[in-house]
Design a binder for this molecule. Structure first.
Ligand SMILES: *Cc1c(COP(=O)(O)O)cnc(C)c1O
Length: 356
């Protein structure tokens, strides 16, 4: 397949780095590719980031057959542009595709195209720590058909957005509500896939939690409302009595790349690190005994997000005096250190796009 490159005149303006926010500004170009049953994935191209035409009957609008990814590119101290764990994310994209009956992409081809796109948009990669170029690949079902079936046509887009810190609070502890009324996903459902459906299922709870001053909700399992699953856009970790614990991949939570990165680092550091079922009662009991040392979320957008307050029913747990824990800080410094080229990349996590 040949990637067509249609360069456009510079249109957008890079925003001052302290004004970026998250996901509000987009670069001049995007990557697009089409799929049909006859041709497979075809017509890959880099084109202007712009509106595009599709039928109001396009299946994605009616039945939600869609998947997405979230990846980041960085400008390093030694003047390179790099992408973090590109192919690991794109392999997960294919696992999500399986769950939604969407045809696989060729990971090597899309990774190469993505590098070309980021290379073209290198001036949009911000510089300061906490900022990055957020990469959003997504696939939508485009058959014009109002009826439920697996679509025969799709479009893959990759759009790019220069971003600042994910939370308004920056790298500061957030307030999280343990959700005991609504549920997000159930084993056998779509929780393992990165798909808009999971976010549709979470809107009501997230909205109500925000109204009450929380940043996000912590989901419990949908059957017993007892075992901890994950936060809205992040996996969750607990440090209890020196042990690092995160819920196992039960089938209803996302296998986060940041989760995986953190687990790999913790094991390398020789810490007791456990993936298992953990109940909210166990967390609360550890808290009452003074053993709940740290709680933090992991996700590409926020990297590491310390949790300062966790509210479950009428119990408010204030963690580590509502301050960023030492361990969360160390993880943040290590992961971002590797991403920004300040620490050696011993794991081969960083893919170079270009030297500047
Ligand atoms: C993307 C996402 C995460 C975080 O995964 P990362 O790969 O670390 O970015 C966690 N939970 C859900 C539901 C997600 O969509």
């Amino acid at each position: 397949m040949e990637l067509a490159v249609n360069m456009v005149e510079k249109r957008g303006q890079m925003v001052a780095e302290d004004q970026l926010g998250f996901g509000k500004h987009f670069t001049d170009h995007m990557f697009v590719m089409d799929y049909s049953r006859e041709k497979g994935w075809h017509s890959p191209r880099i084109a202007a980031y712009d509106e595009f035409a599709c039928f109001p009957a396009a299946m994605v609008f009616h039945y939600g057959q869609a998947i997405f990814e979230g990846i980041k590119a960085f400008r390093t101290e030694d003047k390179r542009i790099v992408i973090f764990r590109t192919k690991d994310y794109l392999n997960r994209f294919n696992r999500s595709a399986d769950a939604l009956c969407i045809p696989h992409i060729d990971v090597d081809f899309v990774a190469d195209s993505l590098k070309k796109l980021v290379g073209i948009e290198k001036d949009w990669v911000p510089t300061s720590v906490g900022t990055a170029l957020y990469i959003r690949p997504f696939i939508i079902a485009t058959d014009p058909y109002v009826g439920v079936k697996v679509s025969d046509t799709y479009k893959l887009f990759i759009i790019l957005s220069p971003v600042g810190a994910y939370y308004a609070a920056g790298f500061n502890p957030v307030k999280i509500k343990v959700e005991d009324r609504y549920v997000r996903a159930v084993q056998g459902g779509l929780g393992e896939a990165k798909t808009p459906a999971n976010y549709a299922a979470s809107m009501r709870a997230e909205y109500e939690a925000k109204q009450n001053g929380y940043a996000q909700v912590l989901w419990l399992d949908a059957v017993e409302r007892k075992y901890i699953e994950e936060v809205g856009t992040m996996n969750i970790f607990f440090k209890i009595n020196g042990e690092i614990i995160t819920p196992e991949l039960s089938g209803s939570i996302l296998s986060g790349m940041t989760r995986r990165t953190v687990l790999e680092l913790c094991r390398e550091w020789g810490l007791k690190t456990t993936e298992r079922r953990i109940s909210i009662d166990e967390v609360y009991e550890a808290y009452t005994k003074g053993q709940l040392e740290e709680v933090f979320g992991t996700g590409t957008a926020a990297v590491i997000s310390p949790v300062g307050e966790l509210t479950w029913k009428d119990h408010k747990m204030v963690i580590n005096g509502n301050k960023t824990g030492e361990f969360a800080q160390k993880l943040f410094d290590t992961v971002t250190g590797i991403q920004y080229g300040k620490l050696e990349d011993k794991h081969g996590w960083v893919d170079e796009v270009c030297k500047l």
